[in-house]
Design a protein around this ligand. Structure first.
Ligand SMILES: [Zn+2]
Length: 261
């Protein structure tokens, strides 16, 4: 993500379900959403191919950011024409189902994105219900879930910290609050790793390794490992069983890699 120029990690430009231009209106705010589920960047794009809706950005569960509608165009996210025309809509993946919070990575990247947008368009320091609004401010909805509830103060504190830091070309002096949102324990991960290792030999770009040794090696190059384990998701789906999903395995491995940094 290029925070200064607002260039997302991935672009999936919508060809429908948005309004070109802003109808002469000025951008004055950001509007916060959650997926009511755990969607990937491409997953949001797919949903909006058939639903008459869109948003400008999605922050996925790993903190990666996708864009779908240009900031200069009006996305259909707030169920309110006036709000749509004057805002930038940001979606956030839940860590699990609609009732779950967002991950620490999503919270941090989403807050950073709010700060970057408020800097870029001179919207002022992010403040809840002043220039940052929840979807449910405009219509009856459960959106944005915990981002308007249990995670709201943390989210806004990080948005303000990033906004202040970006004003002086630095990064926030206080680290992001880490929370353990992984349902799986270390024992679970060990058990799953052993199970997967039994049935599959895996490794980045032809370099064969068991999952256990792969996770161990990840401590040395965590960025490459994170990319590689994402690439394994499809393969893991083939061996996932016993009520353990491929997503849960990937999440567990990602969490362990991050913990080993
Ligand atoms: Zn929403």
């Amino acid at each position: 993500m290029d925070w200064t120029n607002l260039i997302a990690d991935e672009n999936w430009w919508m060809e429908k379900h948005f309004t070109p231009g802003r109808g002469g209106r000025r951008i004055t705010k950001t509007v916060i959403h959650h997926n009511a589920g755990r969607l990937s960047i491409k997953g949001c794009y797919d949903v909006w191919q058939t639903r008459q809706a869109s948003a400008h950005y999605q922050v996925d569960a790993y903190g990666r950011i996708g864009q779908y509608v240009h900031d200069s165009d009006t996305a259909w996210h707030a169920a309110n024409n006036d709000a749509n025309a004057t805002s930038i809509g940001i979606e956030h993946a839940n860590s699990g189902d609609a009732s779950s919070p967002v991950t620490a990575e999503t919270l941090e990247a989403g807050a950073h994105l709010v700060a970057a947008i408020h800097r870029h368009y001179d919207l002022g320091r992010p403040a809840w219900l002043v220039n940052v609004f929840p979807h449910n401010h405009y219509t009856q909805t459960g959106c944005p879930g915990h981002l308007a509830g249990s995670q709201n103060s943390a989210y806004m504190a990080r948005a303000q910290a990033w906004y202040d830091a970006m004003g002086s070309g630095t990064t926030p002096t206080t680290p992001s609050p880490q929370e353990d949102d992984m349902a799986l324990t270390e024992d679970d991960i060990t058990r799953i790793a052993a199970k997967v290792t039994d049935g599959l030999r895996i490794g980045p770009s032809g370099q064969q390794a068991t999952l256990a040794s792969f996770v161990h090696a990840a401590a040395r190059d965590s960025a490459a490992a994170l990319r590689a384990v994402e690439a394994l998701r499809a393969d893991l789906a083939k061996v996932a069983s016993g009520g353990v999903s491929a997503d849960a395995i990937v999440d567990a491995v990602v969490a362990r890699i991050k913990a080993s940094r």
